[in-house]
Design a protein around this ligand. Structure first.
Ligand SMILES: [Mg+2]
Length: 216
């Protein structure tokens, strides 16, 4: 299995400690700003539409937003894992239902340095219009509900002979967890996998994932 492994990971709450969504809502938005999100939870709005409408309500100078993003903590072992994957030529995909605006800012040059493939929505910020989400309509992984399909990425790799290891924590990670060859889960995803009898391994940090990759 060793030569044909691929790693597919979520970003928010998996690489970062907490979701950008939760952090921004708690710090800068009022409860009524969450109305689109409630509509999503009731199945009346798509994930990307709801997320975009919530993010569009951010009204702070960009400098303040960037400083806020810079303080979001990241799992330190993530970088060790990315380095290991590059050394072992294990394809490394970050798939996020969020957007590149904050992911690129947080990960900096690590994306290029470790040949990480980032599959996510594009994000543009202005204090007048907030954070706008633009889904990658021309991507082979485009999905109209989330913007990108994490399951599509897993399938793409499997069709090319890779055993895929998925890491995640939230609702958009359930569909790829159903088809991935190994699943590392925390929080909501862990609970869902257990309910759905999806074989999964709880994890606290990417150190657990790195140990697994080294052992198999
Ligand atoms: Mg997440």
């Amino acid at each position: 299995m060793q030569n044909k492994l691929a790693l597919v990971t979520d970003f928010d709450g998996t690489i970062s400690d907490d979701d950008f969504f939760d952090l921004i809502v708690n710090k800068y938005l009022t409860p009524d700003a969450l109305e689109p999100w409630h509509l999503y939870l009731q199945g009346k709005m798509t994930h990307i539409e709801a997320l975009g409408r919530v993010f569009a309500q951010i009204r702070i100078p960009e400098k303040e937003l960037l400083a806020f993003i810079d303080r979001i903590p990241v799992d330190g072992a993530f970088f060790d894992t990315a380095r290991y994957c590059k050394e072992r030529k294990i394809p490394f995909y970050i798939c996020s239902a969020g957007c590149d605006y904050y992911i690129k800012r947080i990960l900096g040059d690590a994306l290029e340095k470790y040949d990480i493939c980032l599959v996510t929505n594009h994000g543009e910020y202005s204090p007048a219009d907030g954070l706008k989400l633009i889904p990658p309509r021309n991507s082979p992984f485009y999905d109209k509900d989330v913007g990108i399909s994490k399951a599509g990425v897993v399938r793409f790799l499997q069709e090319r002979g890779y055993k895929t290891v998925l890491c995640g924590d939230g609702p958009p990670d359930v569909a790829p967890a159903r088809i991935a060859d190994a699943v590392f889960a925390k929080k909501f995803l862990l609970k869902k996998c257990r309910e759905a009898n999806i074989i999964t391994q709880p994890f606290n940090t990417f150190g657990d994932v790195l140990n697994y990759l080294k052992e198999i």
